[in-house]
Design a protein around this ligand. Sequence first.
Ligand code: FAD
Length: 440
Amino acid sequence: MSETAPTASATESASSGISERSADVIVVGAGPAGSTTAYHLAKSGLDVLLLEKTAFPREKVCGDGLTPRATKQLVAMGIDISEEAGWLRNRGLRIMAGGLRLELDWPDLAAYPNYGLVRKRDDFDDQLARQAQKAGARLYERCNVGAPIVDDRTGRITGVEAKLGEEKTPVTFHAPLVVAADGNSTRLSLAMGLHRREDRPMGVAVRTYFTSPRHEDDYLESWLELWDRRGAEDRLLPGYGWIFGMGDGTSNVGLGVLNTSSSFKELDWREILKAWCASMPEEWGYTPDNMTGPIRGAALPMAFNRQPHYTRGLLLVGDAGGMVNPFNGEGIAYAMESGQIAADVIVQAQSRATPAQREMALRRYPQVLKDVYGGYYTLGRAFVKLIGNPKVMKLATERGLTHPMLMRFTLKLLANLTDPTGGDAMDRIINALTKVAPRA
Ligand SMILES: Cc1cc2nc3c(=O)[nH]c(=O)nc-3n(C[C@H](O)[C@H](O)[C@H](O)COP(=O)(O)OP(=O)(O)OC[C@H]3O[C@@H](n4cnc5c(N)ncnc54)[C@H](O)[C@@H]3O)c2cc1C
């Protein structure tokens, strides 16, 4: 399907004389960030165009692991996350390091559920896009967005150019506000002059699938030992490997590493993944014969590596705004949360009477993001620098696991799972730290 059938709202707009190719808001990219933004905007009654380069269902390179933060966002979108609907639940994180194995349950909190989920992204992203469509967003698939349309006089974005369908028909879409949800490469932000901040951490992650008896698991499993064995001395890399049972006869096996290690640019991550898999117990079946697809990888843009998040009619959400958590490489929850925040800011701005008042409301968006994540990401940047030192990483993996209390604290910190008010002593320490850290 190159262009989805117009929804009720599209037909209404057409009959009321508004071109089907203009709207209140254009959202570019229907990954988790874009579909969540479009869903919340449409639910609030705005006319939204959701433009997606690919056609669903489509593959997306990912670990497919969802923490309680992401689970909460799915609930907020009214997605049926029951086991009957095919969702595999997990109760926490299993950490493997230094020959030790520790199972830590997700914390019991008022603010978040105490379980996570696993779902392959081809189906996950499809469901989110359909949910946005059901809420009234007009989804165009196979719609490859190119250059922004910019008003020469004001410098504001007023729409986008795109190639639509298999025929790649040139089309233009118009709206006073555009949301860049086009992922890490975010051509749209680049075309609007928003470049990547080099002073922010970046990760890289690779993954593949194997048919395996380890396809069902109550825990997301992470291995804190990834080795660079090229030199005279083995070096522990800042990152982790994961094994997530998919519940469908396969495991998602991958690794993510930070650019704070000196070997970051020199290493071949596919080879490291292969070597790691070869060191696994034979009965798990992580052999080339059991691979169900190639090893694929992508970058993880972290800690607000693209700013400002609002300029001249353009808002950045998800990977486009560099919102991956530097502590654990999680990106889906932050993509969805930033989508919800952006939608809320836009809806409030739209209700203002004058352009100046609307602009004032929109300029709040970067500050709201900083208030929510700024302090936490600053701590994350310090953490990333620390574990970039192989000695610190070694000490943490060797000693940390023997202190269950410390590990419970670490889980809350790394997964960003605390109650914002009240909570236990650990929550209060983490919340206090994120409050005092600069919100940059
Ligand atoms: C190997 C790997 C494993 C990962 N594992 C996890 C994990 O287990 N859990 C987790 O939470 N996060 C994980 N992440 C991070 C997560 O995948 C991202 O943070 C998340 O996908 C960001 O969502 P997004 O909507 O911002 O961007 P994306 O998911 O990248 O979506 C962007 C969308 O925009 C579309 N698009 C791009 N350009 C255009 C264009 N020009 N016109 C129209 N559409 C366009 C794309 O087709 C895509 O659909 C992992 C990442 C990698 C690389």
